[in-house]
Design a protein around this ligand. Structure first.
Ligand code: MN
Length: 316
């Protein structure tokens, strides 16, 4: 299979705080980025795989949904979409009909639709949500926080790439949620993250944003009785990283600083941003939502209330 692998588009109708565009410009930027990805997919005669968090929240502006559907129209091959913790209400497939992703799923019920929403198996493991589906004999799609290291950073609810390769035994395990990209390989099993697509925090602005082109080639299982998990020999495969045009001037540090030089509280936040970087933004709401997205210590009832408040604000 030839595919463009991406995830964490976090499409949204509101402008992330660190971005300098106004709403029109932000929508235009998201549109231009989606068109770039579709062009790349068509140039490679590839399918487009979006492994979760297509939308930043369960409900987003209608015009953003329309923008996504329109931008996908020129696709020659399929657009394969799975859910993810940000796009599903309370992170659950069962609630999809009360979300913007529900529209995408309903569209894909039409056999002629190129956009195909695939429902995942859903796990809640020590507070970490994991959504996964085997796409075909070569590829498993997963959405869960995965790190390409032997140790999981303190307090992260995550799994290591090696553990994922032991759990999902297809030659290609394409995993969304981590906004950093990586490509790890264990006994012929490739575990890959493509990172986020657009910079919505100051630290993401430093990333080399883009998509992976993958041709899965041929894979033969060569497991022996000494192996604890399946081993594959993959041949004639191609993996290529394709960077996207990414105008770093659209994300502002001074934008933050100019507002905050005199305000101790904001200066403290800037210091945290500089120290912590990944996953922290100046957007309180975003931090709160990021926290509940990855935390298990918040009751479902509380999550529902927070999301209801957020959604009621959205629809105003
Ligand atoms: Mn996610």
């Amino acid at each position: 299979m030839k595919c463009i692998f991406t995830h964490c588009w976090h499409l949204t109708g509101y402008v992330p705080t660190c971005r300098v565009e106004d709403k029109r410009e932000w929508l235009a930027f998201q549109e231009a980025t989606m068109k770039q990805v579709v062009e790349i997919a068509n140039e490679h005669d590839a399918h487009l795989i979006i492994a979760g968090d297509l939308f930043d929240q369960p409900r987003i502006d209608d015009e953003v949904i329309t923008l996504f559907i329109r931008c996908m129209l020129p696709m020659i091959n399929d657009v394969i979409v799975i859910g993810g913790n940000h796009s599903l209400p309370e992170h659950r497939e069962a609630n999809i009909d009360r979300s913007s992703l529900g529209i995408i799923k309903a569209m894909s019920l039409n056999p002629s639709s190129k956009i195909k929403y695939i429902t995942c198996d859903e796990f809640l493991i020590d507070g970490r949500f994991e959504h996964s589906v085997q796409l075909n004999k070569d590829i498993t799609l997963v959405h869960t926080l995965t790190v390409n290291a032997d140790e999981i950073p303190f307090s992260w609810r995550a799994i290591t790439a090696r553990e994922l390769a032991q759990k999902y035994t297809t030659p290609w395990v394409l995993v969304g949620d981590n906004h950093n990209r990586f490509h790890a390989e264990f006994g012929g099993i490739n575990v890959m993250s493509a990172g986020c697509l657009m910079a919505e925090t100051v630290s993401e602005n430093e990333y080399d944003l883009g998509v992976y082109y993958i041709d899965t080639g041929e894979s033969i299982e060569v497991t022996t009785q000494n192996d604890t998990s399946p081993v594959y020999r993959v041949s004639n495969s191609t993996v290529k990283w394709i960077s996207l045009n990414h105008d770093k001037t659209k994300v502002s540090r001074s934008h933050i600083k100019t507002k905050s030089t005199d305000d101790d509280a904001l200066r403290a936040i800037v210091e945290i941003l500089e120290k912590e970087g990944d996953g922290v933004s100046v957007d309180y709401e975003r931090n709160l939502l990021e926290y509940i997205a990855h935390s298990s210590s918040i009751s479902e009832g509380a999550v529902a209330i927070i999301e209801e408040i957020r959604d009621s604000k959205e629809s105003v």
